[in-house]
Design a binder for this molecule. Structure first.
Ligand SMILES: Cc1cc2nc3c(=O)[nH]c(=O)nc-3n(C[C@H](O)[C@H](O)[C@H](O)COP(=O)(O)OP(=O)(O)OC[C@H]3O[C@@H](n4cnc5c(N)ncnc54)[C@H](O)[C@@H]3O)c2cc1C
Length: 128
C-alpha cells in the first residue's frame, strides 16, 4: 500500500507458500482493499494484512524449513502426531524440536483457519 495505491493477491505475495492457495487470499485482499478505499482509509487495508493470521510470516519460515527436509525429518516431525493431533501433542513437538517451531506454528494456524486437510495431507503423504 502506498498513497492511493494498494497491491493485492499474488502481486502482494499473499498466496500461501505451504499449500499454494492464493485464490481466497486474492479475493479477500481485493475486497478489503476496496472497502478501505471506499472509506478513504487505505491504511486499514495495510493493518488488515499485517494482522491477518492467513498471511502470517510463520508460513514462509515453515516453507523454508519444510523444503530442506528429507523423508527422515518428515517422519521425525510427524512422530508426536502418530496417534492424532492435539494442542498438547503440538506443544510437546515444539519442545522436542524447537528448530521446527515455524512448521508446527503454521500447522496450528492452518488448523484454526480450516486448512487442516491441505497441509496435513501433504505432510502425511510425504511420510507414506
Ligand atoms: C497452476 C496453478 C494452480 C493453482 N491452483 C490453485 C488452487 O488450487 N487453489 C488456490 O487457492 N490457488 C491456486 N493457485 C494460485 C492462484 O491461481 C493465484 O494465487 C490467484 O489466481 C491470484 O489471483 P490474483 O488476482 O492475485 O492474480 P491473477 O489471477 O494472476 O490475476 C492477475 C491478472 O492481471 C492481469 N495482468 C497482468 N499484468 C497486467 C497489465 N499490465 N495490465 C492489465 N492486466 C494485467 C493478468 O493477465 C491476470 O489476469 C494456482 C496457481 C497456478 C499457477
Amino acid at each position: 500500500m502506498d498513497g492511493r495505491c494498494a497491491i493485492v493477491g499474488d502481486a502482494a505475495c499473499l498466496a500461501n507458500p505451504l499449500c499454494f492457495g492464493g485464490i481466497g487470499a486474492a479475493l479477500l485482499s481485493g475486497r478489503e482493499a476496496a472497502r478501505a478505499m471506499a472509506d478513504g482509509r487505505l491504511e486499514r487495508y495495510q493493518r488488515w494484512v499485517s494482522r491477518n493470521p492467513m498471511f502470517s510470516p510463520h508460513f514462509m519460515g515453515a516453507h523454508d524449513t519444510f523444503a530442506s527436509w528429507g523423508p527422515e525429518e518428515i517422519a521425525d516431525a510427524m512422530g508426536p502426531f502418530r496417534k492424532g493431533y492435539s494442542l498438547a501433542r503440538g506443544a510437546y513437538a515444539m519442545m522436542r524440536r524447537p528448530r521446527w517451531a515455524e512448521v508446527y506454528m503454521s500447522v496450528y494456524i492452518a488448523f484454526n483457519l480450516g486448512w487442516r486437510c491441505r497441509i496435513l495431507n501433504r505432510l502425511k503423504s510425504s511420510v507414506q
